[in-house]
Design a protein around this ligand. Structure first.
Ligand code: GLN
Length: 529
């Protein structure tokens, strides 16, 4: 894939270092009152899925309060090593659990998510709760409303445990760009959990939540899911409402779940996929009952496309080996593999790094010290106030993207960069359409290599961008993508990516679930305590 990788601008290399205020520790500790849960709970949430917990709650074997306490206890045990959360709500979570238990007792309005502890990536607005987007500029921002997905989870009776760490404004692949602290990979705390939804993936992998929501603009659900050995899905663009999601690149952003298995992904999609009049890009379509449709599925005769170009040079041998094995497993279940060509994928990364920053440069113009969050306190004229506020409140990578996007959209460069990138985007979409004439879904690696070390790529943006080489084209084409754990290399998890036709999440879930029925990679958990 690298051969076709063209990065057409150098502006980012000339950026001066940006001075940052050190994050006030007082705030961090007040944000993070680690729950002090006394005693040992019999329940270890690290092995429990939402669908299993639901059955246990309905039968009265466990209560939501017990499960929520178990998650909070797990947080208090491992959070110092993992740092998955920016904010935790122990009191609120326990209150919600009490309400859920009443619902369960009366049997009224009980849904599959009732009483299930969930974490939210810290770019989903929750009324009255700090929503930082991983940025100093929104450090003190408290939204006055809920994102539509948050309302949907609350309506389903889910328990909100807290808000998870992320790369600032979802820009990054390692969660090291968080303005607050990096998150650690539960499989190896010296390594990154991936990003930008690294906090959500790490929380699920470490047993600090049963399910977590993330967002995916170029791979931010799928890449961290792969790095942390959990299951993650980016739904089709328009399937899940983006209302209340702090925007990075509006034509690419999509919210989706990270969980321990495909059934939990299905269960969560049942709750959050719906048309929303508050999001003009939300699409009304007849959705199938996802979880219910996973019973007795036979994938015999299913045609799985194998994009040969995704398996070329640059793919880690350990990852290749796991994927070869995964292919044999699926063939053993009766699926047929067909080779497909996806040549324009070579240009996906370059097109993405024009389009995403262009949209970001426009979306982030609103953080000017006048309307939201942080403002430089010195009494200066308004231009200086804007400059200082943005210079101090935004991190290096965010400023790099704003400058790149502004450059690509400026007159004289627009045709050469932005317009051309949009044309490439159309070609990528057509390439996918063509390959789906031959198959029902595609089978690819999720990442070129397993989780890298903290600090390894942080000073080399291009290296960092390359870790999304297999995921960004899916966002450019607006398609659904599912990542399931499919092996280990050198003790680190490996992810398999399945890419589907628009609004055909179900086929991905069926194949992913069939795979998990005969493998146990998704059941393994890291040792942290
Ligand atoms: N890592 C990619 C980026 O930095 C994708 C991020 C995302 O999906 N939010 O833009």
């Amino acid at each position: 894939m690298e051969s076709g990788f063209r990065f057409p601008f150098l502006i980012s290399h000339f950026l001066p270092p940006v001075s940052r205020f050190p994050f006030p520790l007082s705030l961090l500790t007040s944000r993070l009152p680690l729950p002090t849960m006394k005693g040992r709970y019999k329940l270890n949430p690290i092995n429990l899925t939402a669908h299993e917990a639901h059955e246990k709650m309905v039968s009265g074997e466990i209560s939501s309060t017990e499960l929520t306490k178990a998650c909070l206890q797990r947080i208090s045990m491992v959070e110092k090593k993992v740092s998955a959360y920016i904010t935790i709500f122990p009191d609120l979570a326990l209150k919600m659990a009490k309400d859920a238990d009443e619902r369960l007792k009366s049997g009224e309005n009980v849904k599959p998510l009732t009483g299930i502890p969930i974490a939210l990536k810290d770019l989903l607005c929750m009324k009255g709760k700090p929503t930082t987007c991983g940025s100093k500029i929104l450090e003190n921002f408290v939204p006055p409303y809920n994102a539509t997905v948050v309302d949907m989870l609350l309506d389903a009776g889910a328990i909100i445990l807290g808000k998870t760490n992320m790369d600032e404004f979802a820009m990054g692949s390692s969660t090291e760009n968080s303005a607050f602290f990096p998150t650690h990979n539960p499989w190896d705390p010296d390594r990154v959990p991936g990003g930008s939804s690294g906090g959500s993936a790490a929380a699920v992998a470490a047993g600090e939540a049963i399910i977590a929501l993330g967002s995916d603009t170029g791979g931010s659900i799928r890449q961290p899911a792969a790095f942390c050995g959990v299951t993650g899905m980016k739904p089709t663009y328009g399937a899940v409402s983006r209302y209340g999601l702090i925007a990075f690149a509006s034509s690419l952003d999509q919210i989706g779940p990270i969980a321990r298995d495909v059934k939990d992904i299905a269960l969560c999609l049942d709750a959050i996929v719906a048309h929303d009049p508050m999001d003009s890009t939300s699409i009304s379509f007849k959705k199938p009952p996802y979880l219910e449709s996973l019973v007795d599925v036979d994938i015999k005769g299913m045609k799985i496309g194998y994009p040969v170009d995704f398996f070329g040079e640059g793919l880690d041998p350990g990852i290749r080996k796991s994927l070869d094995e995964a292919r044999r497993v699926l063939e053993g279940l009766g699926a047929e593999f067909v080779d497909v060509e996806l040549k324009s994928g070579d240009y996906a990364l370059a097109a993405y790094y024009i389009i995403a920053p262009s949209e970001a440069s426009s979306n982030l113009a609103r953080y000017d010290g006048a309307r939201y969050g942080y403002r430089n306190p010195t009494n200066i004229d308004v231009m200086d106030m804007y400059k200082k506020t943005r210079g101090e409140g935004l991190g290096r990578e965010v400023i790099r993207r704003i400058m790149t996007g502004t450059y690509a959209l400026s007159s004289g460069y627009y045709d050469a960069y932005y317009l051309k990138a949009q044309k490439v985007r159309t070609l990528i979409r057509r390439d996918y359409d063509r390959s789906f004439e031959k198959c029902d879904l595609l089978f690819t690696p999720a990442t070129p290599a397993p989780a890298f070390r903290i600090g390894e790529k942080v000073d080399d943006p291009l290296e960092m961008y390359l870790s999304d080489i297999y995921t960004v084209s899916v966002n450019l084409a607006g398609l659904p993508g599912l990542v399931v754990p499919c092996g280990f290399t050198k003790g680190l998890p490996v992810g398999l990516q399945l890419i589907g036709k628009s609004f055909d999440e179900l086929t991905l879930l069926k194949v992913g679930n069939a795979f998990q029925e005969v493998t146990d990679y998704h059941k393994r958990s890291p040792v942290l305590d």
